[in-house]
Ligand binder design. Sequence first.
Ligand SMILES: [Zn+2]
Length: 477
Amino acid sequence: MINSTLRCFTQKGPHVSRHFLRFAARFSVASLAAVLSMAAMACSSAATGAAEAPNALTTASPVVVGTVQADSAAPARGNSPVAQAPADPALPLTFSGQEALRHVKHLAETIGSRESGGAKEREAARYIEGQFALNGYQARQQPFQFEMYEARSSSLQANASGAASIANSPLHFSQGGKVTGPVVRAGMGRPEDFPAGGLKGAVALVERGTLTFTDKVTNAAAAGAAGVVVYNNVAGRFDGNLGRSGSTIPAVSIAKEDGDRLAGLLATGGLEVTLDVDAGKQQLQSQNVVAQAGDGCRVVIGGHYDSVPAGPGANDNASGTGVVVELARVMKPVAAAKQLCFVAFGSEELGLWGSRRYVEGLAPAEKTAMVAMINLDMVGVGETWRLFGSDSLSGPALASAQAAGAVVDGFSGEGRAGGGGSDHASFIQAGLPAVFIHRQNDPNYHTPEDKAQFTRPELLETAGKIAVELVSLLVSG
Ligand SMILES: [Zn+2]
């Protein structure tokens, strides 16, 4: 929602507060026009009692790309902060897409792929911490641990003449281990499907369906099985998940055809198999990088800096990280900076671990004080801007995009599908309002081709401008 003082400016004529002038001064011409027309609609709707003016605006007036008067031509500078004496301390410095791109290049080219929990991720954390400190922030690393399950390999060999090894997949979170034993059919894996005398080290062959994989494997283990093979109930193979509780014995899935073949071999006499699952949980260490100028986080601006091991992660997500670091630079002179926290999240690719740990570490008072989290993930490539997040922030977010001159393909609120796959989700799940700024359709997503050469500085600029406008709407001072 628009700032209340502003709302009734139009009705009360020249009653223009110093606060409003200061407020207005922070806006570019485009955003001021957007805000004034929103105000006009808000005030008129206030008169008529209809509260959702911002939304009305978003549909009424489409927005255009490329009106951003940013210094995208600014030459890249070493690693010293851009020396630009702000004309007015109330105004943010000009966001530079080239500066954000410089960070993208350092992360994706100089450092390269930044696998979660790995040495390159640590190197990137040091770089980001250094950049925040260079721009005058108290910067620190927030280390955290998380448990990662990894299935490295598995094999299933029937010890019958002529029987080749059987294609299989470990059930996700299956216990690792190598067992050899007779195969015993056990129906769907219900308790009553196991022989009364138990299985004493045998490998249970059960069919998919009716029960969860967890229940089937737990029942088999309780009956004394050393391992479990679950065969599909429709043609082909499948991947099954046991959930984080995992299992105490190795368990794999196979195709229906192979299940039927094993059952056939069993019918003609005893059958023994060797099941070998190389998998297990490991504790990984990672870190968030947190920068703040004051002692509170009214608005958290963040993005993850790790990447998948498959590629250098320029767009996913050195682009968002570069924008976060550049936002920290441009917002530093503004008094409001004392209410902002900038966070580069580690280990997002393995399950949003950095943002989950960050949110878990917030005290109740910190949660109460937080009015928004702004998440930037994949903002340097792609076709259209998409905004996702908390319904309560849809108005300010769309208005900010308008002010930044971005054509936005709508706002997907909490009820709508999609948009859950990034760090804002950790905040929303904890009841904290968040917005996800994103560009759709990157052809190089999670591939070796996700390179800095494809990252467009003008898009980084627009993402930065959307965030600057949004902060200006959410934080006064
Ligand atoms: Zn990402």
